[in-house]
Design a protein around this ligand. Structure first.
Ligand SMILES: [Zn+2]
Length: 212
């Protein structure tokens, strides 16, 4: 694999979504999206505003499993999940241009994009040159089909259990909810017309304390 081993320091450096979202522009996001589309990964890789919601012990990682139409992430010991079917689903770039996993998902096969050194190098170069390494990350995209039907995804973060739940919902249900767009997917229309859209939002969970 072209990406580095898990490093808890990289996870800990992920910022607060409220602050991060204010300093990111659509141009920043689209610039990375163009590279994803150019390399043919529009249906498999998306752009995420780099952030985390929970503190983890150095031995823990966020691990996502699919439960019906929901994707549920919660801390698991890295040692345990690497013995199972775990692959990185979220990568963060370091200042020296290396990609590190900052989240994992239940999957038997590594995403081809994560083995594509040319793609990863070009994406890293873009983030370094634009001073965005700590602001944008790349993630595996698992919801391309549903998104095409106009469904939006909401991510709820539960502080007490350190659990993130991503579920499909309707734009109508989101009206009046204080949600921050975090995830942008790109599709190819004919030539290189990229089109980004929100597929995931974060809700600050006031019931169980603060959410980062
Ligand atoms: Zn989030």
């Amino acid at each position: 694999m072209s990406i580095k081993a898990y490093n808890p320091v990289i996870y800990q450096k992920l910022g607060d979504i409220g602050a991060q979202s204010k300093v990111i522009t659509r141009q920043d996001i689209d610039g990375l999206g163009k590279i994803i589309v150019k390399h043919g990964y529009g249906n498999h890789v998306c752009v995420v505003i780099a952030h985390r919601h929970f503190d983890l012990d150095d031995s823990e990682v966020m691990y996502e499993v699919v439960d019906s139409d929901r994707r549920i992430s919660q801390p698991r010991p890295l040692f345990d999940i690497l013995a199972e079917k775990a692959q990185p689903n979220l990568l963060s770039c370091s200042l020296d241009g290396f990609w590190y996993p900052v989240g994992y998902e239940e999957s038997a096969e590594v995403l081809p994009a994560w083995n594509d050194k040319i793609f990863l190098a070009e994406a890293a170069k873009y983030l370094i040159n634009a001073n965005l390494v700590d602001k944008l990350a790349i993630a595996s995209r698992r919801s391309a089909d549903l998104k095409n039907d106009g469904i939006v995804f909401v991510e709820e973060n539960l502080s007490a259990s350190r659990k993130s739940i991503v579920r499909p919902t309707s734009p109508k249900e989101m009206i009046g909810i204080d949600a921050i767009p975090t995830t942008y997917a790109f599709t190819i229309n004919g030539t290189v017309n990229e089109e980004s859209c929100v597929v995931c939002v974060c809700i600050v969970n006031d019931q169980t304390g603060h959410s980062k």
